[in-house]
Design a protein around this ligand. Structure first.
Ligand code: SF4
Length: 354
């Protein structure tokens, strides 16, 4: 018997647009304040809130509402680069980002179950369709032809917006490449569309070990019983789970909230992995937490949390310098409005600290 999304979408990918709210004017009465201004924002940065996430939002200003409902402040910094991390420049083949010698990102999906207002890849969201099979094949051919690539991260969009068969066929192709030892997937689906994680999908993915899944959770309110059931299904299939959290002003920039989140994740067999500074794409300045405050928050977590629950604070260096775990050792110099930070190659990058 077919699953619910396959019945609705014979092309094999999951299209939640039909059942999601994509215009602020269609939000229920409890969330309808300031609709005109929010509509203007959604015309620039698309909105998508699916019914499950909508059920978690009590007000547009609560920790879930702020992540998904367009906010007028988004129009205050539209002039920023849409690709500050230079991903397009580091793309030697379709759908591939090759920044580190042994590891690549393969962008297998343009779709997400929601649109997060702070998404660093929002430039890809305007596309209403899905990535073609032909483009993914060209990306896989690039990986196959590079003996140095040992790890592939499936990302997007969200890889779990592909249908089961499509996703498993990509995993199968990658597993057939001798030098690729490690597969990873980055997803927000267990947190924002948990019904997608069926027992059948989890069981079928377990054929591709070692397959690691990192799940994007930002607030303890996202760890609902449904989300936890989805995560337990993956963990029961033997898939090691990690979490990634984006530090967001007014949502989770509070040591108590972060402690609760990390503990709840760990207790549910999800290892806290990274806390990210929000990337400086258009429409996100109001979410920015100054790095001095982020370091203070991390200090606040140390000592309160089990070492197992302690994530790394990560920054992604502008211009394609890559990710750096922000510790005192990597900071070469501190200026009033920027820091000089050393990356893994020993190169120095400027990182704004406002
Ligand atoms: S789920 Fe991830 S990729 Fe999709 S909109 Fe949210 S942050 Fe961006």
């Amino acid at each position: 018997m077919k699953n619910w999304w396959e019945k609705r979408d014979p092309s094999g990918w999951i299209d939640l647009a039909g059942e999601s709210i994509v215009r602020p004017q269609d939000l229920p009465a409890r969330l309808s304040a300031d609709t005109l201004r929010r509509d203007a924002v959604a015309a620039v940065f698309p909105m998508k809130v699916n019914p499950y996430v909508l059920s978690l939002i009590q007000s547009a200003e609560d920790p879930i509402g702020l992540q998904f409902i367009p906010h007028p402040a988004e129009l205050e910094d539209t002039g920023r680069s849409s690709d500050p991390l230079a991903e397009e420049r580091q793309s030697p083949a379709p759908q591939v980002i090759h920044r580190y010698p042994h590891r690549v990102v393969l962008l297998v999906s343009n779709q997400c179950a929601v649109h997060c207002r702070f998404c660093m890849r929002k430039r890809r969201m305007a596309d209403p369709g899905q990535v073609s099979h032909a483009l993914i094949e060209r990306g896989i051919a690039y990986i196959r032809g590079n003996a140095s690539i040992t790890e592939v991260i499936l990302s997007g969009g969200d890889p779990l917006m592909l249908g089961d068969d499509q996703l498993l066929s990509i995993l199968q192709d990658l597993r057939g490449i001798p030098q690729v030892r490690l597969l990873r997937m980055h997803t927000r689906v267990p947190a924002v569309c948990p019904r997608r994680i069926t027992e059948s999908l989890a069981r079928r993915m377990s054929a591709f070990h070692p397959l690691y899944i990192n799940i994007h959770f930002n607030h303890p309110l996202e760890l609902t019983p449904a989300a936890m059931t989805a995560c337990h299904r993956l963990a029961d299939a033997g898939i090691p789970l990690g979490s990634q959290t984006v530090l967001l002003k007014g949502i989770n920039d509070d040591a108590r909230v972060l402690c609760q989140l990390m503990e709840k994740l760990l207790f549910n067999r999800i290892r806290p992995y990274y806390i990210h500074q929000v990337d400086r794409v258009p429409g996100t300045a109001h979410f920015q937490v100054p790095i001095q405050k982020s370091l203070q928050l991390m200090n606040g977590l140390r000592g309160k949390l089990s070492g197992l629950a302690m994530p790394h604070l990560m920054i992604d260096l502008p211009g394609g310098g890559g990710k750096v775990a922000l510790t005192p050792e990597v900071v070469v110099a501190r200026q009033k409005d920027h820091w000089l930070v050393r990356n893994w190659e020993g190169k120095i990058y400027t990182y704004p600290c406002g």
